[in-house]
Ligand binder design. Structure first.
Ligand code: ZN
Length: 138
């Protein structure tokens, strides 16, 4: 079982390898990076759960440096759960640039994303839907 990935080409590698056999990346270079830069690089991790966790930490840290990479992810990320995690992180970072990316996500090709943004910004809509459901059940 493979537990380690090359942080450059993201292929599975053995734990003790120093130079990636696929792309020749020197893993010492990765170890020398700052924690924040490691986080940003890990946004490309092939395991979805790891990507989600990385985005969560980026949000907690309000890591503005990650914004360009998060913006790139919006166009090619296929998992709505990851995209929703990006929305949450952008709201936590909450500066001019993150707001601009959030604005862009309102017209995302997945309608669930714009619906989610609408709902967290207007909690009364959720309440309204709740009342509608109750009404129909009578
Ligand atoms: Zn590699």
């Amino acid at each position: 079982m493979i537990h380690f990935f090359c942080p450059s080409c993201w292929r599975g590698i053995l734990e003790n390898i120093v130079i990636c056999p696929y792309c020749n990346y020197d893993l010492k270079d990765f170890n020398a990076l700052s924690y924040d830069d490691k986080l940003i690089l890990s946004l490309k991790h092939p395991v979805k759960e790891i990507r989600r966790l990385v985005i969560f930490v980026i949000g907690l840290k309000k890591l503005k440096k990650a914004l360009p990479e998060l913006e790139k992810m919006i166009d090619h990320e296929e998992d709505p759960i990851i995209l929703i995690e990006i929305v949450k992180a952008l709201r936590q970072i909450n500066d001019k640039d993150s707001k601009a990316i959030l604005e862009k996500m309102r017209s995302h090709r997945f309608s669930i994303i714009s619906q989610y943004i609408e709902q967290i910004e207007n909690p009364q809509i959720k309440e309204f839907y709740g009342k509608t459901i109750n009404f129909n059940n009578k």
